[in-house]
Design a protein around this ligand. Structure first.
Ligand code: CP
Ligand code: NVA
Length: 308
């Protein structure tokens, strides 16, 4: 069973092939109306369940469109409206859904939910974000970087802000795709040390530094994300804002990176908090290409899961 649970759990060559497939599929359908199917219909006859226990715009729409373009069908399910949200176990849900659908994509809170679903499902499971990681996002980000600047291997990526789920998947990607990664943020919000060690063991440099201006020196890519994630308690909002304000990505910070550095944000953004509008709408920004590339990257992930 080919589950897409995390970048660090997926074979390096397979990841590389997925990015290349995504790019080829994107090129092949350039200029087509979005609702027009691809020439290849590898998901014909397949039903994909998209389960959301948290809000989503990009993940929801891009998976739905991607499956349709590949010839498959989707059902979008809200966790709270399923028995899953009312006491039915994850294991039973997995076994029941496996009798109806061909693949399950889930966005949930605890990673344990995703892992239990994958353990008990007889069909592939895709991680559409947990509190801990967001692998589909970073597949889109790698695709986006390479479209604009060529191979990401050997480049320097700097994350400024919260060492959250999106940051974690970026660290996984550093190890797998072979780029250096610098985290700059306040110590309480550091990424998980285990992820940092794991990436280092794959031979890439992963640095943690407190000075954002020093961190971005030589950066090919600067990335940030919201200061308060969906799973974070709202009571922590003010404290997080105070801790993270020095790590805002603004024009001054971008000016300290390489002149041709890109800026990424997975979105949704809180404009003028983690990144200024001047940066988000400025010459370095590729945020809407990232959003579009969720579609293309996930189509490659779906094909990999199905082996088609
Ligand atoms: N970046 C991302 O996953 O966006 P959504 O929360 O809108 O799905
Ligand atoms: N870190 C954010 C990402 C949203 C796509 C969150 O988990 O809310």
């Amino acid at each position: 069973m080919k589950h897409f649970l995390d970048i660090n759990k997926t074979d390096k060559a397979d990841l590389r092939a997925m990015i290349d497939t995504a790019r080829a599929m994107k090129t092949a359908r350039a200029g087509r109306p979005r609702g027009m199917p691809d020439d290849d219909q590898p998901l014909a006859g397949r039903m994909v369940a998209l389960i959301f226990e948290k809000p989503s715009t990009r993940t929801r729409v891009s998976f739905d469109m991607g499956v349709r373009q590949l010839g498959g069908q989707t059902m979008v399910l809200s966790g709270s409206e399923m028995q899953l949200g009312h006491g039915e176990t994850i294991a039973d849900t997995a076994r029941v859904l496996s009798r109806y659908v061909d693949l399950i994509m889930i966005r949930t809170f605890e990673e344990a939910t995703l892992l239990e679903l994958a353990e008990y499902a007889d069909v592939p499971v895709i991680n559409g974000l947990t509190n801990r990681t967001h692998p589909c996002q970073i597949m889109a980000d790698v695709l986006t970087y390479e479209e604009h600047r060529g191979p990401i291997a050997g480049r320097k990526v700097v994350w400024s802000g919260d060492g959250n789920n999106v940051c974690a998947s970026f660290i996984h990607a550093a190890g797998r795709f072979g780029f250096d990664f610098t985290f700059t943020g306040p110590p309480p919000l550091d990424p998980e040390p285990g992820f940092v060690e794991e990436a280092r063991a794959e031979g890439v440099a992963v640095e943690i530094t407190r000075d954002p201006l020093a961190a971005v020196a030589g950066a090919d890519l600067v990335v940030t994300d919201t200061w308060v994630s969906m799973h974070d308690s709202q009571s922590a909002r003010e404290r997080r804002h105070n801790q993270l304000r020095p790590y805002q990505v603004n024009e001054r910070l971008m000016a300290a990176a390489k002149p041709d550095a890109l800026f990424m944000h997975c979105l949704p953004a809180h404009r003028d908090e983690e990144a200024t509008s001047a940066v988000m709408d400025g010459p370095h920004s590729v945020i809407f290409d990232e959003a579009e590339n969720r579609l293309h990257a996930q189509k490659a992930v779906l094909r990999w899961c199905f082996g088609v």
